[in-house]
Design a protein around this ligand. Sequence first.
Ligand SMILES: [Zn+2]
Length: 151
Amino acid sequence: MEQNKENMMVAALENGSVIDHIPTDKLFTVAQLLQLRDCKEEVVIANNLKSNVMNKKGLLKISGKFFNEEEISQLAVICPNIRLTVIKDYKVVEKREVLLPDTLTNIVKCANPVCITNNEPMKTVFYRKDKDTLKCRYCGKEQKLKDIKLK
Ligand SMILES: [Zn+2]
């Protein structure tokens, strides 16, 4: 039953993306990252929805929006384990769990002020050390996901 309800909400979108399973305390961070305030397309922002897996969750439905891999990686840094559904012509063409990639190129800022990436015009590279820790390729600085600043 729960599954059917979710499918109905998703099906109402003609073309665009649905981000589901957003932690409720991260919903507005995600909305800000995606600059939804300036979005001229149809946007649905829902929070504190009942969820079987997470107690409560947030959800975003954005008409006309299709994410590239860089944007998906940014989302994964802010909230790992969200679900992304892509809709075209009212049909679900892709549905996946967004997981933190093993390598993040130019997504995250290094917290070490003397790191070369903060002093030279270059891309940052971070490796995933474990599920909530990233490690800078250049200076070795480890950072917890919750403290991460996006580049
Ligand atoms: Zn560094």
